[in-house]
Design a protein. Structure first.
Length: 300
């Protein structure tokens, strides 16, 4: 049986960190009753798919993202997977039939232009979202200040564009997921005293040259990071547990204490991930990231 997993590549995706994040969950989480799991920044959904498949006490999940094209993908996979699969198979066959790289690039750019018109039905919009993700450079999702997707062609000859089994597995799991689009703060209205939040916002860049937060036309700047901390304070006031991931300013001898000062009254742990999207080779490799939480967890 195929397990549900992310249907797109996503910058900062958590697939490789799942084992470390699991260790940082509340020690009695598997004994909570009637849990509502909430992700205000769902992104690629690695943590979502893991949590829903490994904790039967989660009876409902709520996901949100400000990227409406991404949330449309989740809704389409949940509600209309078979039509999406047919559409993806068609574009995959077209792409595979193109033998010359320059012609594949032209086809890619044509689809990118069509996607950026923003006048597509949900199935075609999702088809092109997934197609571009699988054929663009490095599987990045980046838009310019006008909101247009602008990642260049990736030179792949036969990428898997239609992953039918994953789409069907994801669709089944998403049946018990409510999908929201908008600012992270409105997810607080969905919370109860048996909710658990996992927050994975756009990461604060480690340097002026490493910024990659533009998966929407609105940048997630320091002001937004502070607003998110205030949101975490509200969760604390309402006795709701949360975990939050972000970049580590002290990584590799760095001296940026922004998050350590901002979350000084919370627990801060470190996890380690391999990140490879930086254009500067020396800044790729194993990097530490922080995990902030409002509960005590002793690792043994």
């Amino acid at each position: 049986m195929v397990k549900a997993k992310p249907f797109v590549k996503w910058v900062g995706g958590k697939s490789q960190l799942i084992g470390q994040l699991e260790l940082l969950l509340p020690s009695d989480f598997d004994r909570w009753q009637n849990v509502t799991y909430i992700e205000p920044f769902v992104g690629g959904g690695a943590m979502l798919f893991f949590m829903l498949q490994n904790f039967n006490n989660i009876n409902k999940a709520i996901i949100n993202d400000v990227n409406s094209d991404l949330t449309t993908c989740y809704k389409t996979i949940r509600d209309n997977p078979k039509e999406l699969i047919r559409s993806l198979k068609e574009i995959q066959q077209e792409y595979y039939a193109i033998k010359q790289e320059e012609d594949r690039k032209t086809f890619y750019l044509t689809q990118r232009t069509l996607y950026n018109t923003k006048r597509l039905d949900d199935v075609l919009n999702t088809t092109l979202f997934i197609f571009l993700n699988r054929t663009c450079f490095n599987g990045l999702y980046r838009v310019n200040k006008s909101g247009a997707f602008n990642v260049p062609f990736g030179r792949y000859t036969s990428p898997m564009i239609c992953d039918e089994q994953t789409i069907m597995a994801d669709s089944e799991l998403l049946q018990r997921v409510e999908i929201l689009t908008g600012d992270f703060e409105h997810t607080l209205n969905k919370a109860s005293n048996t909710s658990f939040f996992y927050l994975d916002p756009p990461y604060r860049p480690l340097s002026n040259t490493s910024s990659f937060t533009d998966y929407t036309k609105e940048s997630f700047n320091d002001e937004a990071q502070i607003r998110l901390k205030n949101f975490c304070d509200k969760l604390m006031e309402n006795q709701i547990y949360f975990m939050l991931s972000n970049s580590d300013g002290l990584n590799n001898g760095g001296e940026d204490r922004f998050f350590y000062d901002l979350y000084e009254h919370y627990r801060i742990d470190r996890v380690f991930a391999s990140r490879n999207i930086n254009a500067i080779a020396s800044k790729r490799g194993i990097l530490s990231e922080i995990v902030v939480s409002n509960f005590d967890k002793v690792l043994v």
